[in-house]
Design a protein around this ligand. Sequence first.
Ligand SMILES: [Zn+2]
Length: 312
Amino acid sequence: MKTIRGNIWKIKKADAICITTNGIIGQHNRAVMGRGIALDAKIKHPGIDYLLAKKLNKHGNHVYLLTEKTKKGISLLNMDVFSVNKNIPYHIVSFPTKNHWKEKSSLSLIKKSAKRLVKLADKKKWKKIIVPRPGCNNGELNWKDVKKVIEPIFDNRFRIIRKKKIIDSFRGKYAFLSNFYFCDIRYRNIVWSSLEHLFQAYKFTSEKIRRIIWNASKPSEAKELGNSYKLRKDWDKKLKKKYMLKFVRLKFKQNKVIRKKLIKTKKAILIEGNTWHDNYWGDCKCKKCKDIKGQNNLGKILMQVREEFENV
Ligand SMILES: [Zn+2]
């Protein structure tokens, strides 16, 4: 088996994806699919809970193929109630990890489901099957324990998917990602004490103002100063981004320890999460900005620079 990172619903090429399920039928003859991937499936594919309930009722809590291939493509199994037959890019399979939704997931049930899934894949000649870490989210199991059980069963056709890691606070362990992080950056023979100092200074062409900002004792002070003078005439989005990219590169090029830390964040999504309504460089998390998707330009630059260093 292989492990991958990403969003299970955004997988482009796969024969089948698995949704982790339980064995309970709730109101109106519908399977209880109230959380996690099962809930996503219910929202994306209305009627799937009814379909699963029918199977559970007839044959018990097992692995079921919930889709079929028709001339038009893959769609939910054609069972009386379905008037909408959406085209689905892959087959969907239920994968029981627990009997009652209230319980913890069960390793023995996961083992059973894994074996049944392999049989189904053999029968259908599938080559790529995506499986979430079974029982590890709402099932409260430890991935280490689950891995021990399923690794001997799943061959390389099976990809265990996990969400991409998101780092959306540049504090504590990740403070080095913040522009306020103290570290020497040499630019044109002057050493600046943080990226914030350097960036704020270059909003101006006056050497006098630059020197005043260079002198600021803290990055926050540099920022304040940077907001108190008239900006250079050519200061637009393009130039802003150009300088930010240049300075982020310099920061990590000249400081080996934090460069290594940046590379160690691997494929994690970096978001400059803030509370001061900056939706240009980052993404503000306050109540007012809740519905605004921040452009996260600093996060994007950090990820770009990380990739550049990875490839060195
Ligand atoms: Zn805000």
